[in-house]
Design a protein around this ligand. Structure first.
Ligand SMILES: NC(=O)c1ccc[n+]([C@@H]2O[C@H](COP(=O)([O-])OP(=O)(O)OC[C@H]3O[C@@H](n4cnc5c(N)ncnc54)[C@H](O)[C@@H]3O)[C@@H](O)[C@H]2O)c1
Ligand SMILES: O=C(O)C1=N[C@H](C(=O)O)CCC1
Length: 267
């Protein structure tokens, strides 16, 4: 067997980070070499509940981690501000980032793309790792050729920090490649309660629902005279994202640029 891919996971105690640590630990071609966590600096991961046999050090300082640990890939599943710093730092140390963290600005994405190009190393930023969600986005992009009125309803658990979701933003971006900017609804419509019509992306409306009990769900509604089309995807657990994380880690090793969205790496 070739040498395993050495991986650092940032956000190991989070909902997604925990799954990612398990994925790395259970994949023979992967090796967990360290984790980055804002707490527990210097402690062994195996000393925390739920991580027995994972004998890697926890670092709270990202620079210290990359200076001391030889790694191929960083998997980041944290929060937007921190994820951006982790990704930038990983690239500067020649470590390939696989980023699931959502909420990066357009400017941040552009800056990271330039840095990956300058360093000539791969980086994958994927707003959604679930194959069904990628298909939902691709089908929506196809449908937009025929329907130019569309509203996106994304529904997530109530601990989510960013709104709209990264998936909803990516869906709108993909649809906009097949739809020109246009106002939807009545040209004289008024919101009697602010926000009633949702966020506005080139005239497409995006509605964000946050409720306990949900995981990650989205429907894209297209309307035309006398008909509608609804494209929906549901993630019922975080394991649904892990095959996409695995493919991303394998693929990022073969890239020398930044890829934004798994639709670019799936056949
Ligand atoms: N791409 C995908 O398929 C996908 C799927 C699910 C979630 N997400 C995204 O992944 C991210 C994490 O989601 P989650 O549900 O696991 O969140 P979570 O709140 O459960 O976990 C976030 C982790 O980040 C860590 N963290 C927070 N602030 C930090 C800081 N300042 N420094 C270092 N670490 C810090 C927390 O300790 C925690 O471990 C979010 O951005 C979410 O939108 C992406
Ligand atoms: O749970 C979350 O948070 C999720 N975030 C991603 C997004 O913002 O699109 C993907 C789905 C889960």
């Amino acid at each position: 067997m070739a040498n395993p891919i050495k991986i650092i996971v940032a956000g190991p105690r989070g909902r997604m980070g925990k799954e990612a640590v398990m994925l790395v630990n259970n994949t023979p071609e992967f090796e967990l070499v360290a984790v980055i966590d804002r707490r527990n600096n210097g402690v062994m991961l195996s000393d925390l509940d739920g991580f027995s046999n994972m004998n890697v050090r926890i670092y709270s300082d990202v620079e210290e981690c990359f200076q001391n640990v030889e790694a191929d890939v960083l998997i980041d599943l944290t929060i937007p501000e921190t994820g951006y710093i982790h990704t930038k730092t990983a690239l500067s140390y020649g470590v390939r980032p696989v980023v699931g963290t959502t909420g990066f600005t357009k400017e941040e994405l552009e800056e990271l793309k330039e840095l990956a190009e300058e360093k000539e190393i791969g980086c994958i930023i994927a707003p959604n790792f679930a194959i069904g969600a990628i298909l939902m986005m691709k089908f929506s992009q196809m449908a937009a050729k025929y329907f130019d009125n569309v509203e996106i309803i994304e529904m997530h658990h109530d601990q989510k920090l960013d709104a709209p979701s990264g998936t909803a933003v990516k869906t709108a971006e993909m649809i906009s490649e097949n739809r020109s900017s246009q106002k939807q609804g009545h040209h004289d419509e008024q919101e009697t309660i602010s926000g009633a019509r949702g966020a506005d992306y080139e005239g497409m409306r995006i509605h964000s629902v946050r409720l306990p009990g949900l995981v990650a769900h989205q429907q894209v509604l297209f309307g035309a005279d006398g008909q509608s089309l609804t494209i929906r995807h549901d993630s019922y657990n975080r394991a649904s994202f892990m095959s996409g994380v695995k493919v991303s880690v394998e693929t990022v090793m073969t890239l020398n640029t930044l890829v934004y969205g798994l639709e670019h790496i799936l056949d």
